[in-house]
Each structure stands twice: as structure tokens, then as C-alpha cells.
Design a protein around this ligand. Sequence first.
Ligand code: ZN
Length: 317
Amino acid sequence: MPSTSIWRSFSKSSDAFFMYLCYLDESGVPEVPGNSSHFVLAGLAIPVERWREADSRIATVMERYGLENAELHTAWILRKYIEQTRIDRFESLSQNSRRSEVIRLRTAEVYRVRKLGDAKRNSELKKNYKKTEPYIHLTFGERRQLVQEIAQLVGRWNWARLFAECIDKAHFDPVRAQRSIGEQAFEQVISRFEQFLENTEAADRQNFGLLIHDNNQTVAAKHTQLMRHFHSQGTLWTHITRIMETPLFVGSDLTRMVQIADMCAYSLRRYIENGEVDLFEPLFQRADRIRQKVVGVRHFTAATCACQVCAAHRPLS
Ligand SMILES: [Zn+2]
């Protein structure tokens, strides 16, 4: 086991090292026009020593809803499942009966659509059923309550920090920005994470960070290359000296904390696009702040925007 003195020899000025894991995920698509008006990249950073506590608290809530082995995929959980509305007194059935009744209706629908020979509809149906299958034993109200409970739990983690860039695609000019929407979002989020690591250091404390990213083949190669560039050249805003390595890419279906980053990105986009506050308000409490001003989350849009993100990001008067 390395003695403290060996570790100290790596850094003569610091007594303690602190490591933050920053989990990244996105909501909406960076393509223009795409099917969303905004693209959001969010990163939730937690001190490494809090990981076990964070993971097990989420697991406890998931278990209470019979979802201990399921992915927490907010967008699919919050959809309306049409079959549930067609089952008589669905809410009063046992969870097993709810599940078998929904499966019965879905199977019938698969056969019906197959007969029509509509391949596109058939494949949409399959995807929809596969993504929502883990949650069909829960009513819409229970599913809302589940995500709400988790958002409130994360909102109370005063040791976690949220970083995000929310880009209004109608406002974005790639020529002026000299980068794509996806590149700007990534550069902004990692610059803010690096600055947080720098700002919270002290004479006897040195911070480091690691990025853990939802695995997405188109993004993986791009962000790895960008990160190498930032390591050697810095970003437009800062040198990168505390974030180590290129991002580690993991399957979001397996990594609970990436699913929480997904919830953060989703809630920011749904607030900005539709004014939905239920998940946004608890999670936005975790936005990195210096005194009262939010520095970790930005809405990149017209200067006249009056949303809570823009209001909190403006310099204090
Ligand atoms: Zn705004």
C-alpha cells in the first residue's frame, strides 16, 4: 500500500488529492433542425468518495418501484403508455396483472401491425415496447412519482455539481462560433468543470476530474479527439490541467450515474422548451454557483430570454 509520503512526492504543494467523477449525457439532437429546438449536454460531478452512497441511494428508490435491475431512462418512463389507458381499472390491478394485461394488448397489436405489412410502424412499435417494458407494471402517476423522488434526492446532494450547456439551435451560428453545436456544448461543459476544480482548490488540497460519458459511437470518436486537443491547446476559455484522460465511455443501460446525467439533461431541455419545472427545479439547485450566481449552467439563446437559467446566469446587480 503506498504510503502518504509517496503520494506527496507527486505534488510538493498539496497534502490531499480530491477526485471528481463527472458523468455526461445529452438530450435532444445537435443536428439542425432535428426533432428538438434545443440541444443540451449535462455533466453531473460527484466526489469519488460519495459514489457508493449515491449509487446505493438511487438503487433503494428503484427497488421500491420494482426496478432494481432496470435502467432509469427518464424520457421512456414518462411516456403515456396507451395500453394502460385501455385496461379497465388498471390502477386497481396487482403489478403482475398489470404487466400481463399490457403484454397481452401489445402482442395483439404486434400481430395486427404485422398483417398490415407496415415495416416502419412495426419497427417503431418494437422499439417502443422494448424501451418501456421494464416500467409497464407502474401507473403513469407512479412513474412520475419515481422520477420526482429521484430528482429530489439528487437535488439534496450538496456535494454534487451540475454543469450544462443548453443551446437554442435557432440562435446558434456555426460560422461565428467556428465550431459545431456538439463541439460548443462539450467545450463549455468541460471548461466549467475544469474551472470548478480550480476554484475549489486550496493550499493543502488539489483537485482532479475524470469524465464518464454515455457511449454513443458518433460522439465517442469526436469527443476523444477534442479532449486530446484541449489537453494540448486548452479550450477557448481555460487550460485543462485537472481533468485527466480522454472521456471514458460506458453503456448508459449499465451505469446508474450516467442515467442521472441523462435525467439532468432531459429536465433542462424540457424546462427550456416547455416550461416543465417538476424535475428541473430540484436538479437546478445543484448547478455550480459562485456566491448566488449560476456559473455551471448556461442557456445559449437571445439576450432577452427570461427563463430561470438565464436569470440565474446573469451577473448579479
Ligand atoms: Zn433562457
